[in-house]
Design a protein around this ligand. Structure first.
Ligand code: ZN
Length: 90
């Protein structure tokens, strides 16, 4: 069973978490200025790398907080888990 380390709760079983997709994607500041292709790229195109990947996870069966995970997509090894904002309090 894969263990995921919640930055607040510690290591828990994968079944307590929900995957939230690729991390680091920002909403364009002026969506109306984008072409349809650029908007579609923002909405749908993701990196899907082989190897190290930045991901969002939610501890949905625990503290319900979102956090970031660096996971190797080949080995499933989690290299790091971290709070998304330095202002997040413990
Ligand atoms: Zn948690």
């Amino acid at each position: 069973m894969l263990l995921i380390k919640c930055p607040w709760c510690g290591e828990r079983a994968e079944t307590e978490f929900s995957y939230g997709g690729e991390a680091g994607i920002s909403r364009p500041p002026e969506p109306d200025a984008l072409s349809d292709a650029e908007w579609a790229d923002y909405l749908f195109m993701r990196k899907n790398p082989r190897g190290s990947h930045q991901e969002l996870w939610n501890h949905s069966q625990g503290c319900r907080r979102w956090f970031g995970v660096t996971r190797d997509t080949v080995t499933y090894r989690i290299e790091a888990s971290y709070r998304l904002h330095s202002s997040d309090e413990g």
